[in-house]
Design a protein around this ligand. Structure first.
Ligand code: AMP
Length: 503
């Protein structure tokens, strides 16, 4: 296994371009030297194995420099979400107690209560200059944590997932083999690097000797321009980003990437079709921070024939769909997706109960519901926690969302289970309509009635101009629930809010 990725790549392909940011390429040789200087500087400050070194910044090469410096000292690369509010970040910093934080200057107001020393990026070069020498490399095991990555974030305090060396390496092997990554590939990192998205393409590509283009913040026009300028061969975004990109796209995409993956949430089929009609071979990808991150793959013929499938498990990952008692489901039976192999994480930082809940009997219980067809292809059905029971029937919001997203007036939608006096629970459909279109509750329900069983039809609708998103770009369902509660309370007072309910 390769622990010191920067030293290996820096010696093997020093001249080759590795990372682009704001008009400047860093070669693999330059990246290796910068990682070495950062490690030496941190060593001079007394940073020891297992200590956390934080990064708080929009996408920037410092994320990769800290990641690549980590094996030289054994510290844990810990990127924080720079979009958190100061009290949220403060609680995380107290829990994680980083030894030092490397931060963008604009994040200074978030760090007022930070007990650790902070090095701002506008002083970083001067600070690095005074670096000293490196100690002998530490003896790291495959289980030593390389990164601490935070999951979720919109449902209370985010959990820190400990990502060991074996996980990052196994994910790179999986991704390089299954998606056929090589030195000729180039990807744009537009999703935040404080998230597991850094392992979707960036770390596998650095192993493969390819090119990574960093975008500080996502903008659809800029994405297209960078993709053209650098000849990006691989695309990865979450569905809400693809949705925004669609508006910016002319009819044909030229040159098209060889592979475009959507992940992080179910991708509406209408979106996949719209991109495919413009020459972009978009497919569903599935992954989670705790496993890989990349868990499944399918080839172009399978993706065309089964656009709703995520495919076959990655080569170093085993998948089993299970009932609550742990027994394996039959073909096409819905159960919880469990995964095992070297790409599974070690546990949650400081949270033994949550770790024991997630890792049972050598398997990661993902919390996601899935089925496997007779050909062995896997399909995601929804999250276990999001499934609700209406009149005694299980309802999977993802199925209703997929049907609703196919309505020509619907720009974005999300479905949640909410309590109902007669049915126990019922669906709340949160909808943002495309500009210049109109569709009311009745029209949407009639559209769904033609496609879904009656018990699946949402009984409440909440119309918004735009759905709220998490920092990772996913639709923020807890925030929608709060908006619904607020709108319902308001409606009770004024009868004027945009909530519509059926008896
Ligand atoms: P995170 O660890 O923050 O990247 O979130 C991972 C979660 O995103 C998974 O557990 C799933 O619930 C969800 N997810 C990722 N990809 C898909 C997909 N293709 N379809 C449905 N849900 C997905």
């Amino acid at each position: 296994m390769i622990f010191d990725l920067a030293a290996w790549r820096g010696a093997l392909t020093p001249q080759r371009p590795a990372v682009w940011h704001e008009g400047r390429w860093l070669s693999y040789g330059a990246l290796a030297r910068r990682a070495e200087r950062l490690a030496a500087r941190l060593h001079a400050l007394g940073v020891t194995p297992g200590e956390r070194v934080g990064v708080l910044a929009p996408n920037h090469p410092v994320h990769l420099e800290a990641l690549l410096a980590a094996p030289k000292l054994g510290f844990v690369h810990t990127p924080f979400n720079h979009r958190l509010a100061a009290p949220e970040l403060g609680a995380l910093l107290r829990e994680i107690a980083p030894r030092l934080v490397l931060a963008a200057r604009e994040c200074a107001p978030l760090l007022e209560a930070c007990a650790a020393p902070v090095v701002f990026l506008d002083r970083y070069e001067d600070w690095l200059a005074d670096c000293g020498s490196l100690p002998p490399p530490p003896a790291l095991s495959a289980d030593h944590p390389w990164m601490l990555l935070f999951t979720g974030g919109s449902t209370g305090v985010p959990k820190g997932a400990l990502i060991p060396y074996r996980q990052v390496f196994a994910n790179a092997v999986n991704t390089v083999l299954a998606w056929e990554l090589g030195a000729a590939d180039c990807a744009i990192q537009a999703t935040p690097m404080f998230h597991a998205a850094v392992n979707v393409l960036a770390t596998p590509l650095l192993y493969a000797g390819g090119r990574v283009v960093l975008m500080s913040a996502f903008d659809p026009q800029e994405y297209l321009q960078l993709a053209r300028a650098h000849g990006a061969t691989l695309w990865f975004m979450v569905p809400t980003m693809y949705q925004r990109l669609l508006g910016a796209l002319e009819r044909e995409l030229a040159p098209a990437p060889r592979l475009a993956i959507s992940g992080g949430a179910p991708c509406p089929l209408a979106l996949i079709e719209a991109f495919r009609a413009r020459g972009l071979p978009l497919r569903q990808g599935y992954g989670l921070t705790e496993a890989g991150v990349n868990c499944f793959a399918l080839d172009e013929a399978q993706a065309r024939a089964h656009p709703d499938a995520v495919g076959l498990p990655m080569p170093l990952l085993r998948a089993a769909i299970r009932r609550a008692d742990g027994s394996e489901c039959a073909t096409d039976e819905i159960g919880e997706l469990t995964l095992s192999g070297p790409a599974v994480f070690s546990g949650y930082y400081g949270k033994p109960e949550e770790t024991a809940q997630a890792l049972r009997g050598g398997w990661l219980w993902t919390g996601d519901l899935a089925r496997r067809d007779a050909q062995g292809l896997h399909y995601l059905v929804g999250r276990r926690k999001e499934m609700y029971i209406s009149g005694g029937e299980n309802v999977y919001p993802a199925e209703i969302e997929a049907a609703l997203a196919a309505h020509p007036a619907v720009a974005e939608c999300a479905v949640l289970g909410v309590s109902h006096p007669d049915w126990g629970e019922t669906g709340l459909a949160c909808v943002a309509l495309k500009p210049g279109t109109s569709a009311g509750t009745e029209a949407l329900r009639a559209f769904l009635r033609e496609r879904l069983a009656a018990y699946k039809l949402p009984r409440a609708f909440l119309f918004l101009d735009e759905l709220p998103k998490t920092a990772a770009g996913k639709i923020d369902k807890p925030a929608l629930r709060k908006r619904y509660q607020a709108a319902s309370a308001q409606e009770e007072k004024t009868h004027g809010a945009s909530v519509h309910r059926e008896a």
